[in-house]
Structures are given as structure tokens and as C-alpha cells.
Design a protein around this ligand. Structure first.
Ligand code: PNS
Length: 163
């Protein structure tokens, strides 16, 4: 069975992430989308909330599983016996960090884990979770960037923050 892991923060999940998930799911028998549990960041959504959002967004894609992980990604890959990591590449600015991380993961895994990059569809090449957060923090409309069901969830988080 061909398997891959698509890891990320997904805070919040955007149409850019969904685009990568849909395309990668067609290339593998099973795709695990996994949310990093990172105590160092102060996220908008908790890991459980992000897992729930990803589950809702991918409920019609049968070969996609949603999970979360802590620690090193290569250890998680080993645990799941998966040898391919999927990452989306938007622009040249992503490339340096992604190249460094992919090579580090390859080294850390003794060449057992490789990274495959999917260039994001042009319509989402500008889109990032940070820009969605900036737009919403200034009261802008994010409905073009995230699925409809996610808009009120993100709005609610910002209303809480403003209190
Ligand atoms: O969506 P993001 O924030 O760009 O995702 C980054 C992620 C989660 C893929 C990356 O930070 C990660 O894998 N973190 C776990 C620690 C790790 O293994 N880092 C790579 C070796 S330095």
C-alpha cells in the first residue's frame, strides 16, 4: 500500500491545504494528514479543534485519515511505517526552509524518509494561514480563503480574543 503523511500546523486550515490534500490523496492509497502538537506556539485553534476541522473538510475523501503528532516528524513516520512526507510549495520563499527541512528529515531517518513537494495550484499560491489570521484580525472577509463551515469558527475565536 502506497502511503504518505502530510504534516502541518493547519492553524487555520485553508483552501491551499485542502488543495494539497485532494491532490495527494489521488496519488497514494492512504494519506495521513497530521497536525503538529507544538506547545511552543500559541495557536488560534487547539490541536483537537484543528483535527475536527480537518475531519469535517475531508469527510468525503475516503483514503484520508486525520491525526496529530508531537516530537520529531521522522519518529512519527517511523511509528506509522510511512516513508513519504508531502509538503506544499507556494513560492520561492518557501523553498529554502522546505529544502533544509526535507534534507534534515532525510538525514535523521537514515535515508528512509523522503519528501515530495506539490506546487500549490496557482489560485492558492499567495494564500497562507498567517494572512488569513491577519485579515480576520482587522475584520476582513476570509470567505474566499477557507471553507464556509470554518468561517464562523475562526470568527468566534477572534471575538473571544477581542473580549
Ligand atoms: O504548517 P507548518 O507550520 O509549515 O508545518 C511545519 C511542520 C509541522 C511540518 C514542521 O514544523 C515539523 O515537522 N515539525 C516537527 C519537528 C520536526 O521534525 N522538524 C523537522 C526537523 S528539524
Amino acid at each position: 500500500m502506497k502511503q504518505a503523511i502530510y504534516p502541518g500546523s493547519f492553524d487555520p486550515m485553508t483552501y491551499g491545504h485542502l488543495d494539497v490534500i485532494k491532490r495527494a490523496s489521488r496519488m497514494f492509497d492512504k494519506l495521513t494528514v497530521s497536525v503538529l502538537n507544538n506547545d511552543a506556539k500559541s495557536p488560534l485553534f487547539s490541536v483537537d479543534e484543528r483535527v475536527k476541522i480537518l475531519k469535517e473538510a475531508t469527510k468525503d475523501i475516503k483514503n484520508v485519515e486525520i491525526d496529530s503528532f508531537s516530537g520529531l516528524l521522522v519518529d512519527y513516520c517511523r511509528e506509522k511505517d510511512v516513508h513519504i512526507i508531502i509538503r506544499g510549495l507556494r513560492a520561492i520563499t518557501d523553498f529554502e526552509y522546505e529544502l533544509q527541512t526535507a534534507q534534515t528529515n532525510r538525514k535523521l531517518s537514515d535515508d528512509e524518509v523522503d519528501t515530495i513537494f506539490l506546487t500549490t495550484s496557482l489560485e492558492y499560491s499567495y494564500l497562507s494561514s498567517s494572512s488569513v489570521k491577519t485579515i480576520i484580525s482587522f475584520g476582513g472577509d476570509i470567505s474566499q480563503f477557507v471553507p464556509e463551515f470554518e468561517v464562523p469558527l475562526i470568527n468566534a475565536k477572534y471575538s473571544e480574543k477581542r473580549k
